[in-house]
Design a protein around this ligand. Structure first.
Ligand SMILES: [Fe+2]
Ligand SMILES: [Fe+2]
Length: 280
């Protein structure tokens, strides 16, 4: 059922062409109090009069004019307006805070080569690091998602190191938290207008994935222990690990990566309800 008095969330949207070459938009809408997904369409004549920037997944909208076909649960929209804009990721201040937190961690490292190499990389790639998502679909797939994921990994690792009786090189673990997925800044592209995330074709022509990129980067810079952490952070070969974790630090980074990617603030919707947690 459709109700003109209710707000609806845009689940997804596809701008397509009709057979006669006219533009049209196909949308899936859902109200907060029902699991029913409504199919809606906006034909070119109406689309021309609508602010297309509001037609984004996650946005809450209200349909002001249209016709609803009960039999097919299909809505033709003539006028649609924005009620609430979706959060597309971390805002600029949150991203700056996370980036500075990571810099502080690296600046406290004891080992000079580890510290200098990572700091140089962070400064040279700051813009990409501050916007990259951590995945296309499964977790932290939003603007600044990689920073959020790194920050969660650092916090979870420190909490664990404080109670683990085995000797652990904390700097190496933190370096692993920061660099294990860093190849994703080249592997994925985030469109900053539509917030759509795709795999970067140019990257795919040269590299297998972010793991192989990070492994090569670390070895090239004489950081072989970090290279092993990156190579093994997915844990098992079936999950694309180049090798299984063989050091205490690699075991820990694999585990904190699993925790953050499954139990962290993995969906953009969670950011608003966990606002204070997302500030790092
Ligand atoms: Fe990864
Ligand atoms: Fe990760």
């Amino acid at each position: 059922m459709f109700d003109f008095k209710k707000d609806y969330k845009i689940l997804n949207i596809d701008i397509a062409e009709t057979r006669t070459g006219k533009a049209m938009a196909k949308l899936n809408l859902k109200s907060a109090d029902s699991d029913n997904v409504l199919n809606a369409v906006i034909w070119q004549e109406s689309l021309n009069n609508i602010d297309k920037s509001i037609l984004k997944p996650g946005n809450t909208v209200r349909v002001f004019d249209g016709s609803y076909n009960t039999q097919y649960n299909n809505l033709s929209i003539n006028d649609i307006r924005l009620v609430k804009e979706a959060k597309n990721g971390l805002d600029q201040q949150e991203r700056t805070n996370f980036f500075n937190k990571i810099l502080e961690e690296v600046e406290s490292f004891q080992e000079e080569n580890l510290k200098a190499t990572i700091l140089q990389f962070l400064f040279e790639n700051a813009d990409k690091i501050k916007t990259a998502p951590a995945a296309t679909k499964l977790h932290h797939n939003y603007l600044g998602g990689l920073l959020q994921h790194i920050s969660e990994c650092i916090d979870i690792a420190k909490a664990n190191i404080s109670v683990i009786p085995t000797t652990i090189n904390q700097d190496l673990v933190i370096a692993g938290c920061i660099m294990h997925d860093i190849g994703k800044i080249f592997e994925y592209s985030l469109n900053e207008e539509t917030f759509a995330i795709s795999k970067n074709k140019d990257f795919q022509k040269v590299w297998i994935n972010h793991i192989q990129w990070g492994f090569c980067w670390a070895n090239k810079n004489g950081l072989s222990e970090l290279a092993h952490i990156i190579a093994s952070h997915h844990g098992i070969r079936e999950w694309n690990a180049l090798v299984e974790p063989m050091t205490n630090e690699a075991v820990l980074v694999h585990q904190v990566d699993m925790i953050s990617s499954r139990l962290g603030l993995i969906q953009v919707d969670q950011l608003e309800s966990n606002n204070q947690l997302s500030r790092g």
